[in-house]
Design a protein around this ligand. Structure first.
Ligand code: NDP
Length: 308
């Protein structure tokens, strides 16, 4: 059985940043990258809002650079999944998908969250070429253009309002005849002159060509079809935090996100820290995830120092 000081699960901005800080603090971190090395940023194209990249950067390339930075300080980054966790006592026991067992003095959970998509084949085909689950990340690319947002919750309303400030027209595709969002959000959406809510409609197919998305085919509750011309298709039907591994051990909120204490990253199990989207239903940005990865590393280092 392998014994490590610090085990990090997850390889988005939070996990890799935690790896940079813990390796520089000589915690000799072992990182398991999980199913999607690089995390959600590898699903986008250009990242323009991460400080330090004035000309923008490809999401995958940026994650490769952060990974390389962690490797430079000696982080042991491994492909593979942690499939089982026993957090009943320290050191914690973790098992990989290859059946390898590790004991870890501290654990940093950075498993992220996954955006829910509609599941249409055409949606997958145009991912990053007009289809996005992050209006804050990608909205800027569609300024002065017509776009669609699918969903009727607070995220969809927030995205529609954000996009309405950038785009010529925003269609909101809502499957019922009501919005799930808070009253205040609903009022703002309905008052926006360039947002048109398409009630009781569902997206059936995303249409496009080599340049990306150019339209969406919709079907109404009555079965009538119509096509709207849009270049951006923003999916805002929810996210699910990747907390399956931790749910028997850590306190999760009603949406399944790991609950951390106060302003820090400590969970309710001593020695387990959480950072990034797995504990953040609110901001969900690469920069906030990276910042909380740094916080988790510092919290883990201080914890180990106190415990001798
Ligand atoms: P929600 O689960 O609240 O809303 C999801 C929306 O997507 C619903 O309107 C739902 O429709 C729709 N939807 C789900 N699946 C499909 C589908 N297959 N096809 C079409 N539409 C679909 O998710 P959110 O991400 O909006 O919000 C998550 C939580 O975060 C909520 O508690 C929300 O209040 C909170 N939040 C708060 C914000 C704030 O306070 N500023 C900002 C963003 C989120 P239906 O209603 O028919 O089920």
């Amino acid at each position: 059985m392998e014994h490590v000081k610090c085990l990090i699960i997850g390889s988005g901005p939070a996990g890799y940043t935690a790896a940079i800080y813990t390796s520089r603090a000589n915690l000799q971190p072992v990182v398991y990258e999980g199913l999607a090395p690089g995390g959600q940023l590898t699903m986008t194209t250009e990242v323009e809002n991460f400080p330090g990249y004035p000309d923008g950067v490809d999401g995958t390339a940026m994650m490769e650079e952060i990974r390389r930075q962690a490797l430079r300080f000696g982080a042991d980054i491994r492909s593979g999944l942690i499939v089982k966790a026993d957090l009943s006592e320290r050191p914690f026991t973790l098992t990989t998908d290859g059946g390898h067992t590790l004991k870890a003095d501290v654990l940093i959970a950075a498993t992220g969250a996954t955006a829910t998509y509609l599941g249409l084949p055409s949606e997958a085909a145009y991912m990053g070429q007009g289809v996005s689950a992050c209006a804050t990340c990608d909205g800027f690319f569609y300024r002065k253009q017509d776009v669609a947002v699918v969903g009727g919750g607070d995220t969809a309303c927030e995205d529609a309002l954000y996009l309405a400030g950038l785009c010529r027209k925003v269609y909101m595709i809502v499957r019922r005849n009501v919005l799930r969002a808070s009253k205040a959000m609903q009022e703002r959406v309905l008052a926006a002159p360039n947002i048109e809510v398409l009630w009781e409609h569902q997206a059936k197919e995303i249409l496009g060509d080599a340049n990306g998305v150019n339209a969406v085919r919709l079907v109404s509750a009555k079965g009538e079809e119509k096509t709207i011309a849009v270049t951006g298709f923003f999916v805002a039907i929810g996210h699910h935090p990747n907390t399956e591994l931790f749910k028997s051990w850590l306190t999760l909120d009603e949406q399944g996100y790991i609950v951390t204490k106060g302003r820090g990253t400590a969970t309710d199990v001593e020695g387990v820290f959480a950072c990034g989207d797995v504990q953040d239903p609110v901001y969900r940005q690469a920069i906030t995830a990276a910042a909380s990865g740094c916080m988790a590393a510092i919290d883990a280092e201080r914890f180990l120092m106190e415990k001798g």
